[in-house]
Design a protein. Structure first.
Length: 74
């Protein structure tokens, strides 16, 4: 059995493709999954390294990040 994964940008076109695939007799199983965490911004290596050093000169530690995220309860 072969498996194919396709990512489609347009939801209407994705639905049209799903409907077409359902009409084929050799499709054994068809599952769909929406990706709520998919980013619309494409990041390439140049963009990644452009952010290098953004924390330079700042006193940031894991402990200070945790304290801001989960303040102590009284």
């Amino acid at each position: 059995m072969e498996q194919i994964t396709i990512q489609i940008k347009n939801k209407q076109k994705a639905q049209a493709l799903i409907n077409f695939l359902k009409s084929l007799d050799f499709i054994d199983e068809l599952t769909t999954q929406d990706s709520p965490f998919q980013s619309e911004v494409k990041v390439n290596d140049a963009d990644f390294f452009a952010l290098a050093g953004i924390w330079a000169g700042r006193d940031i530690t894991l402990e200070t990040i945790r304290l801001k995220a989960w303040p102590p309860r009284v």
